[in-house]
Design a protein around this ligand. Sequence first.
Ligand code: BES
Ligand code: MN
Ligand code: ZN
Length: 498
Amino acid sequence: MRYLSKTTAADKLATQCLILGVFEGRQAGESLNSLSTDTLTALKSVLKKRDLNGKCGQTLMLYDVPGIRAERVLLVGLGKKKNLSPKSLASAMEKAITQLNDGATRDCAFLLPPEFADKSEIYAATRDTVLAAEAQLYLFDQCKSQKDHPLHPLNKMTLISGSRAGASTVKKALSHAQAIAGGMTLAKNLANLPGNICTPSYLANQAKKLGTGNAKLKVSALGEKQMEKLGMGALLSVSKGSREPAKLIVMEYRGASASSRPVVLVGKGLTFDAGGISIKPSANMDEMKYDMCGGASVIGTLKACAELELPMNVVGIVPSSENLPDGAANKPGDIVTSMAGLTIEILNTDAEGRLILCDALTYAERFKPAAVVDVATLTGACVVALGHHTTGLLANDDKLADELLRAGDAINDPCWRLPMNDDYNRQLDSNFADMANIGGKGAGTITAACFLGRFTEKYKWAHLDIAGTAWKSGDKGATGRPVPMLMQLLLARCKLAE
Ligand code: BES
Ligand code: MN
Ligand code: ZN
């Protein structure tokens, strides 16, 4: 969808549909004050009829409203006035957008509630409205032969603000939000594709496409021979059981001088996780096509960075492989040597994410990172701990952890920190190698992070376990998380977020 920022008076704007907010208890709110008396009288008489109470997300479509250029007016309930927030506004707008997309309108205008007075509120309200709209309009039908598109898809939205200053904040928020939404859409598309299409090579080629024609974004992918030379024995051991060659995708975005240390994002790109010889139960195993969501979110985030031309350096690393049972696959008890030289006893071949990530995390050292954040659908235990609303966060640096907590809260993509210490770390002790790849009973998310922590001692590091937040079970598909959190972190580091 296209978005515009304007200060035109709401009644003078030529649009197919003007969206106006109404608070619970049929309270008009300040938006209506900018309309002519004719319009106001008409709207007040409609409200008196009580079809719309103003509960968050309720809608009422009106035609032939006097004194206004818009062909229609869509009243949208914004909930209780005292509870108005960018988040509540966005959830109300979701409903409005869906209704308009299914109807005959292609363009609409939305009068931002003047109750949002300061810059940061206007910024967040605009951004969250766009993210909500793009989430509603998202459609994944790449694999359907018959496309079922809406007859008159909504394709333009004008956001009206009361002042020039407001309009320029809206403009900035629009550009940020559109880039974030674009990154999320790419992440969702890659994730929703099945494992037979979205293979490690496919993922690498899609990442490379982003680099073509963009001087600031360099994308390459290491093949198995190159990884062998680097000694990536842990990563390659996972891919041994698969006929698809593994890839290490490397995306380098240069938005600042070469001497400026990059933020390195590492994403698990496991394109299908059957568990290997420690095979998973067959129920819902199809959902393990989403085991590359961390990688997809890193690719999506780099796309957004490039689009916004962020004034910083960002590197994305995506180790990508399948995990399948096969005669050549890892067996329980096998011992492999990682790129860092540490040996790992593989007691469960289904704990493969950490095996591909540990070599990618060692590879990250060469970029002299300011910070490293890895993103992975790493443990079922994280879903038990935090459910589907909150991403797991573990870190070896308190400041970096706080930055991520704040970024997630600011953009409605929250995470919650879990502890890491030596007691948990000892759960990984092995009789036969430097460590085992599983930590036994209890604290599965923490011991997985402790495993990664043994490979990240040389830099500031945080780990995001997105096992519960990367997709919605059933036919709902990938969420695009945590692209918003990562982008908010990077925008804040560039001092660009409001
Ligand atoms: N990709 C899975 C984790 C996962 C499971 C994510 C379910 C989302 C939903 C990971 O590779 C895995 O299999 N982890 C094991 C680790 C265990 C063997 C220590 C798990 O969580 O069961
Ligand atoms: Mn697994
Ligand atoms: Zn996995």
